[in-house]
Ligand binder design. Structure first.
Ligand SMILES: Cc1ncc(COP(=O)(O)O)c(C=O)c1O
Length: 406
């Protein structure tokens, strides 16, 4: 592992030796912006714009025929297969569909239907949607819902229920050891539904090798699929035939155009499709994936962590309190700092072209998308933060006005 750059000159050297540097040209990025929010909404790859334009043309010219002639009917599955290659899964184990929230519900309900213990578990610092889905499914199914302390999943697996667990925590970026959790789950007849939202496209995931059976994740963060891009479902090929989709729509049917009154599921993860796939968004995602495909995911992960380590070192020098683990192996692609006046600080950074995000009550997050960021950019962003904090230039009325999305 290379040491963290200690100067701007060293950051420049790291950029010159960066094996991913050429990929920046695959993105449409505005001039003068250092985009540290790829963990929230990735920027548009050029391929996304091209595939969206092509899908619009197919819509206008091919009309309804394009379901066949442009291959729309299989796009969710084909895109799922490409995504599978990026998370260490096999063809047929991933389908693109719905949102993470809906997919967590479907997978947790399917796992619960055959659980050894009729109970759902979720840690109290999980992303809120994961907690709401567990509570909602508990209310509907009558399953017991247990809220675990942060980090309490491993112990809870002994009870043998169904756990919803992030592979990378949305706030701290703490990474869970998927393989160790899965070994423990299997020992006790428990099942884990992994939320891969903050892991996909930035970590070198090996779902199959790690024994993961069920997962959902989003595609608008490090996969750069676009705002509201559809999410994905992963189900191992071994488990899929044993599971029933609790929202069995016609698109999960083996022959949707047979218009059979009785449900017969498709094979693999595709049985977790429910309704008509959002073709325009899928087209954008399918083009966006080209920006990541062919990259060495070990290099992608290493660069994200190296940029994070640089940010953490600079933050430490400023005396800031880090919420993220300092050890690279324990951290995903983002870094969170605790800054009580975080909201106006983020606005003041944006005014200088450095985009980050704020998570109430006091967390400022910086995402390190490795495909388009540079070491120099992160170095300069840290300079901007240091200057804003030292001068207190964040304390101006325009930076305090709260928008709906932070
Ligand atoms: C960890 C995590 N899970 C779930 C979600 C919600 O996903 P969706 O809006 O697709 O339901 C998010 C959104 O940012 C997230 O960060």
């Amino acid at each position: 592992m290379n040491p963290v750059p200690n100067s701007r000159a060293e950051a420049l050297q790291r950029d010159a030796a960066d094996p991913l540097a050429q990929r920046r040209a695959l993105f449409d990025l505005p001039e003068g912006v250092t985009y540290l929010v790829g963990h929230s909404l990735g920027p548009p790859p050029k391929g996304a714009r091209e595939r969206m334009a092509a899908a619009q043309a197919d819509w206008a010219q091919g009309l309804v025929r394009s379901w066949n002639t442009a291959g729309w009917i299989d796009l969710a599955e084909r895109t799922g297969d490409r995504l599978a290659a990026l998370i260490g899964a096999e063809p047929g184990e991933v389908i693109v569909a719905d949102s993470v929230s809906v997919n967590l519900f479907k997978l947790a309900a399917a796992a619960l239907a055959q659980a050894r213990t009729y109970a759902l578990f979720v840690e109290e610092d999980e992303f809120p949607t994961d907690q709401y889905i567990a509570a909602g499914l508990g209310g509907l199914s009558g399953a017991e819902v247990r809220r675990l302390p942060a980090g309490g999943t491993f112990e809870a697996l002994k009870a043998g229920g169904v756990v919803i667990r992030s592979a990378v925590n949305y706030r701290s970026a703490e990474v869970a050891d998927i393989a160790a959790h899965e070994r423990e789950a299997k020992r006790h007849g428990a099942r884990i539904v992994w939320d891969l939202s903050h892991a996909t496209g930035v970590l070198d995931l090996k779902l199959g090798a790690d024994g993961a059976e069920l997962a959902a994740g989003c595609t608008y963060k490090y996969l750069n699929g676009g705002p509201g891009a559809p999410a994905f479902v992963y189900v191992s090929n071994a488990l899929a035939p044993k599971l029933a989709n609790p929202l069995p729509g016609w698109m999960g049917h083996a022959a949707p155009f047979a218009f059979d009154a009785n449900y017969a599921p498709r094979g693999g993860a595709a049985r977790f499709a429910s309704g008509t796939p959002p073709i325009l968004s899928l087209a954008a995602l399918s083009g966006a994936l080209e920006a990541l495909e062919g990259a060495d995911l070990a290099q992608v992960q290493a660069k994200a962590r190296a940029l994070g380590a640089l940010a953490l070192a600079r933050a430490q020098a400023m005396g800031l309190d880090a919420l993220s683990p300092l050890g690279d192996a324990r951290r995903g692609g983002h870094v969170s700092l605790r800054i009580p006046e975080g909201y106006p600080v983020v606005q003041a950074l944006a005014a200088r072209g450095v985009m980050a995000d704020f998570r109430a009550p006091d967390t400022v997050r910086f995402g390190f998308s490795p495909l388009f960021l540079t070491y120099t950019g992160v170095w300069d962003a840290a300079d901007a933060l240091a200057e804003i904090l030292a001068s207190k230039s964040w304390d101006q009325p325009q930076f305090h006005a709260r928008a709906k999305v932070t």
